[in-house]
Design a protein around this ligand. Structure first.
Ligand code: SF4
Ligand code: SF4
Ligand code: FES
Length: 924
């Protein structure tokens, strides 16, 4: 620690920080641009100047850039010094010489760091009277709009895009006062993290194009703290709503999880909330006829009547629904009749992953902790596609070598350019074993292409190399043995080694191999080693912990006639199992009630359909792949603005259905009671409600505001319907109010923050005011409760090692190639995501393709059992012969629900030129 003296006051600060970081962490305001809490200092903009004095007697001092000046004990500095203030004012005037001053039409306006800093420096007169330099803007694809004239040349965009996220197609071009930040030519930004440019850029050069079509200023949006539902990483988000539509999603800072950054699926995949074809009223369908809309009471009575006629009711839950909704369904049908709604193989792997997380002896690191790891082995996961935010953390872990090399030379971590220069291409070792190329290959010490069974064998061999009592892999070739030893050496040499595996390839053997490595590391006394196991969906972990049977079990119960009533919660069965299997089961159901927020093939079959809220219209809890239980809060009440809608939270429908079925009076139900009931029923979920503020949480006696204090037009919101404004909805379930009235400040610590704002800080940089130190943790602690506690390494090694993969003459093993864009059922209903989806292709090794006489882009037919479908061929040098890779998500649309995990082995042939089937279509 060090003592610094700032404008006459003394403060204790970390001596490893720079002055800007230290002062901002103390709550003192210094304007800045090029520095970013996650990216460190480069001293480019000169905006953060302060006066530093030699000692208490020095009255002249000298200007220093506070972001480049290390903290020194007994340092005297002044932020308020007149010369420093004048310098800062001049710098911003200079930076804005060519700025168009177009705030009224700029989409950054109202949450703009440049606006905030302009006000903070006191620059309010423009003296430059000449022509401004102008640029031509580029089309950067469906996510990001470009207005280069607003640039102040801080270089944050390229530092984030290239250095932090590894993108290669955005750069800085030109020289001196004519520098251009963009691509070589127009074209879609290739990075899966491009959306972060909208928050990283301190001005309006890069803005959210999905927001443009229904643009609303930040102060006019209603927010709630939420959790991304688009994969299992559990990123915290801040969705903004106006007039019943989600208008944009911004990052919500969680110091343990996503920090400042999201992936593009999570940021831009919200369009399914706003779809006009969503069911908004209950519907019934009489024996295959047209759907008829109906009122709530009629629908509940009809659903209860139908279900009462059933001899046994099965409940089918969903890993995309909250724990509370799933549990309420389980209460309705009874634990013995509850299915998780997850295909049997996947459910078995989810359960195995949970057991490994608890028993294999290694903790599951948070995303922030992954960044500190110094050797990583990834078995089978293309992380950018299957858990993008995890991949971004892995990238920072590799870059951590630069910090280490810098420290050896006395360079502090925050001195970003110096660390980068020292690091050059050095990185902590990353080993990748995947079937096809990944975007992390370029930073890997080794990136090997293997079939799933061979990936597992490599993992088992690494475990044996770590601990000779682990099972030997028979018949391993020389090269793989040497690689396994090299990986084992790197893991052993590391202080924080990490093993990552997951669900993508549908291989239990890969999970067991990862478990063996974890046990071996535990036995080699590596207490800081970690094990990350990637699940597919937002609440896959939660459903595994809650318990319940597989979807296959539920289908069998119906098909065998052991049950004939079924209630399906937020689940389209046709994307999980073959259509024939689902049809055979549902055809035998005498009562089929579906609760969902989308019109899916399952919804279309319902006798009674009840319209559910999406994440934006509901509250509940999800458990991320880290085992972190996190609450998401309702952003808006749809019935306030659209009185004709009957959308309700799924758990509310289930509660009402239960009461109707039992002919009981309807009692009020509160979310906290539901969460409590989940915690009591499932021992693994017992700590669920810890760290989550209960509905009665207040600050200074106030609820928490969902709307900024400048929210405008509230009394005109429903003027198109009636000028008599009803009272704003009352939220009994959470501490948040559907109102600007309530606590919206930053001084009182709180975990759940709907939107970041502090006086003078309107941009995402306002998170500084909520943190214990900038870039640290929220002062009240980061949201969420971790549920996994790793026991000491226990259990026996798994010895079920698969044989080496052998291609089979005339047959190809089908594998899933996860897709960030399109691989998730909900976000692929969003138009901008569909624009980024890869076409449904079949990926083949190029020698296999040559044998079939196939060229890239030609059509290929794949036959699996009775199903034949036609796709476009994509050739890959790396993919092992004998495999055919199908893109997850896109393929379900082509095959009518057959996923790669269901399609195990298929026959592949070149499509006849005269085939009637256009590429991308299935033929029965
Ligand atoms: S485009 Fe934005 S982030 Fe990039 S240099 Fe210009 S102002 Fe900075
Ligand atoms: S990594 Fe997953 S949870 Fe995070 S923003 Fe992307 S889709 Fe959402
Ligand atoms: S923030 Fe210090 S020079 Fe840019």
């Amino acid at each position: 620690m060090a003592t610094i003296h700032v404008d006459g006051s003394d403060y204790e600060v970390e001596d490893s920080d720079n002055l800007l970081h230290a002062c901002l962490s103390l709550g003192l305001d210094i304007p800045y641009f090029c520095w970013h809490p996650a990216m460190g200092s480069v001293g480019a903009c000169r905006q953060c100047a302060v006066k530093q004095y030699k000692d208490a007697d020095d009255d002249r001092g000298m200007l220093v850039m506070s972001c480049m000046a290390p903290v020194k004990d007994d340092a005297y500095i002044s932020i308020a010094d007149e010369e420093a203030k004048a310098f800062r004012e001049t710098v911003i005037e200079f930076l804005m010489v060519n700025h168009p001053h177009d705030c009224p039409v700029c989409e950054e306006g109202g949450h703009c760091h440049l606006q905030d800093m302009t006000v903070m420096t006191g620059h309010d007169r423009r003296r430059y009277r000449f022509r401004k330099r102008t640029h031509r803007n580029q089309n950067l694809g469906p996510f990001i709009a470009h207005e280069m004239n607003r640039c102040i040349t801080c270089y944050r965009c390229t530092r984030f895009y290239q250095d932090y996220a590894g993108g290669e197609d955005l750069g800085a071009f030109g020289a001196h006062d004519n520098v251009y930040f963009g691509r070589v030519t127009d074209g879609t930004l290739e990075s899966e993290f491009s959306g972060n440019l909208t928050e990283v850029c301190p001005t309006g050069v890069f803005t959210d194009q999905t927001h443009s079509a229904h643009y609303t200023r930040k102060w006019d949006l209603q927010f709630a703290p939420s959790i991304c539902h688009q994969c299992a990483s559990g990123c915290n988000i801040s969705p903004g709503e106006r007039y019943g539509d989600i208008r944009r999603i911004e990052n919500r800072y969680n110091g343990d999880v996503n920090g400042y950054f999201l992936c593009d699926r999570g940021r831009f995949g919200y369009g399914y909330v706003n779809r006009k074809d969503r069911p908004t009223r209950p519907e019934c369908r009489e024996s295959g006829g047209e759907a008829r809309a109906m009122e709530i009471d009629e629908a509940l009575d009809l659903a209860a009547d139908r279900l009462r006629g059933a001899k046994r009711i099965i409940g089918i839950g969903s890993p995309r629904a909250s724990l509370e909704s799933n549990h309420r369904l389980r209460q309705l049908v009874g634990a013995a009749n509850f299915s998780t709604g997850i295909e049997a193989g996947e459910l078995a792997r989810i359960r195995r992953m949970e057991a490994l997380n608890r028993e294999a002896g290694l903790a599951t690191p948070s995303l922030r902790e992954i960044e500190q790891c110094d050797a990583i082995l990834v078995l089978g996961e293309d992380l950018i596609q299957s858990a993008a935010r995890v991949a971004l953390s892995v990238r920072q872990a590799v870059r951590g070598k630069g910090t280490e090399l810098g420290a050896e030379r006395g360079i502090p971590e925050w001195n970003a350019e110096a660390v980068k220069t020292v690091a050059q291409d050095a990185g902590h070792p990353l080993f990748l074993a995947t079937p096809d190329a990944t975007k992390l290959d370029g930073i890997a010490a080794h990136a090997g292409r293997l079939a799933p069974d061979d990936i597992a064998r490599l993992g088992f061999a690494v475990a044996h190399a770590l601990d000779s009592t682990a099972p030997v892999v028979d018949g391993l070739d020389e090269e793989t043995s040497r690689l396994a030893e090299r990986i084992a050496d790197a893991l052993l040499a590391a202080e924080k080694p990490l093993v990552i595996a997951g669900e993508s390839l549908g291989s239990m053997a890969i999970l067991e191999a990862a478990g063996n490595i974890a046990r071996a590391l535990g036995r080699r006394q590596r207490p800081d080693a970690g094990l990350t196991l990637v699940r597919r969906e937002a609440n896959s972990v939660g459903l595994g912990l809650l318990g319940g049977e597989s979807l296959d079990w539920a289908m069998a119960q119906l098909e065998q006639g052991d049950a004939d009533g079924v209630v399906i919660l937020e689940n389209d069965l046709y994307v999980r199992l073959p259509a024939a299997k689902v049809d055979a089961a549902l055809d035998r159901a005498s009562a089929l009630v579906v609760i969902d927020h989308q019109r899916t093939p399952t919804w279309e079959r319902a006798d009674v359909g009840l319209p559910a809220g999406t994440f934006a219209e509901s509250d509940g809890t999800l458990v991320s792949l880290e085992g972190r239980a996190q609450r998401f809060y309702q952003v808006f009440d749809p019935s306030y603005l659209r009185p004709d809608t009957r959308i309700r939270e799924s758990w509310r429908w289930l509660h009402a259905l239960h009461a109707t079925l039992e002919r009981q009076p309807m009692e009020t139900i509160l979310l906290d009671d539901l969460t409590q009931a989940v915690a009591e029923d499932a021992p693994a979920l017992a700590p669920l409600h810890q760290n989550t503020p209960e509905a009665m949480f207040r600050i200074h006696g106030l609820k928490l505001a969902r709307e900024p204090h400048r929210y405008s037009g509230r009394t005109a919101m429903r003027a198109n319907l009636n000028v008599n404004e009803p009272r704003a909805p009352v939220d009994l379930d959470t501490p948040f109010a559907f109102s600007m009235e309530g606590y919206a400040g930053y001084r009182e610590p709180r975990r759940e923050v709907a939107f970041a704002w502090a006086p003078g800080w309107n941009s995402p940089q306002a998170w500084n005011k909520f943190q214990d130190e900038v870039g640290g943790h929220l002062r009240a602690g980061d949201p969420g409760k971790r549920l996994f506690t790793a026991a000491a390494a226990g259990g026996d090694y798994c010895s079920e090692i698969p044989d080496a993969f052998e291609p089979r003459e005339g047959h190809w093993q089908v594998i899933d190639l996860p897709q960030l864009f399109g691989g998730d059922e909900m976000s692929r209903r969003a138009e901008p995501i569909r624009e980024r989806m890869a076409p449904p292709q079949a990926t083949l090794n190029d020698t296999d393709a040559a044998r079939l006489g196939l060229a890239a882009g030609e059509r290929v037919t794949i036959s699996v059992g009775d199903t034949v479908f036609t796709l476009t061929a994509r050739l890959s040098k790396g993919l092992p012969p004998g495999l055919v890779g199908l893109p997850s998500g896109a393929i379900e649309e082509v095959t009518g629900g057959l996923t790669p995990s269901v399609l195990r082995w298929g026959q592949v042939a070149k499509a006849e030129h005269d085939s009637q089937a256009p590429a991308g279509e299935a033929r029965p």
